[in-house]
Design a protein around this ligand. Sequence first.
Ligand code: TXA
Ligand code: MG
Length: 350
Amino acid sequence: MHTKILKINRDAFSQSELHEAAGIIRNGGLVAFPTETVYGLGGNAFDPEAASRIYAAKGRPGDNPLIVHIADMDGLKEIVAQVPESAATLAARFWPGPMTLVMKKKSIVPERTTGGLDTVAVRMPVHPVAAALIRECGLPIAAPSANRSGRPSTTTAQHCIEDLDGIIPMIIDSGAVDIGLESTIVDCTGDIPVLLRPGGITLEMLRDAVGRVDIDPAITGPVDAGVKPRAPGMKYRHYAPEAELTIVTGSPERVQAKISELAEAARSGGKRVGIIATEESRDAYHDCDLKVMGLRSDESTVAHNLFAILREYDDDGVDVIYSEGFNDSGIGRAIMNRLRKAAGYRILEV
Ligand code: TXA
Ligand code: MG
């Protein structure tokens, strides 16, 4: 299949530029498109065949449900049976934006879209191209991250081309996304909202809006065999770089010393070594494939670059990667959640 690359300037475009893309989705096809979090692989959320095409294009198991993207609150009423109070409060505060809410679904949403669940995960993106595409379709868009299953999520159109060229009819290119990590997911089906995946809307922000918010244990540790995670996607090893990744946490001086020591040992064992550092620590490391994620003093810059750096290492073909860790608070919680999964929970505390 030929994949058309459609360039859209996010700051200056007309609705008519999205006519063809919307037509593809309305006719059951798939389009990769930018959102503020990561690029999405979109299809008609009401069409079970489109959901099947999404699973096939990603190589993703069919029991891992898709997020349904809407453009306004009318779109929400169309797909959920009722809006719990916590969801109404969170939506009023953080939509449109990088937050997904899980609610009981209406039967109009096919089970193939929700991986057989009777709930649906809903998000109202703030990215102008994503919002305009949903409006132009006149339909909610089901969209997982636009990567092949098991690879880091896509934060540029170039990443989407790497993973999906020749597999889908269109990729919309609006440059790099803003946040770089997938949306915060909150389960609003129970009495107390539960954080299922940390993201750009932080736990602190959620608690400020609704008071108590519990945390799904799958966020910080591996999911035990036999325990069903609330977000089915949490049980898969996501975002896996090809090299063996180890995260080192502790005080900056000890972390830098430990990583230097591990890197030296791996190098003398004949391995090609990558190190993931920050602007603040870059000068501590020598003789390695060093990548700087961003500023520790502004972790949003780290979030923005994380997936692109993991992809670069796949291209570089290093054997082992050592990464500095981050604090489990604010956006750092989301960064550590993705890093832990990418590392298969190989974490060293020094
Ligand atoms: O930022 C994002 O959320 C991006 C962009 C494209 O919007 N999308 C995204 O989708 O990250 P995906 O499919 O890569 O991740 C969806 C996550 C999975 O872990 C899935 O298990 C969970 O959401 N999920 C979807 N529906 C759910 C439901 N009804 N209940 C619990 N978890 C659900
Ligand atoms: Mg994903």
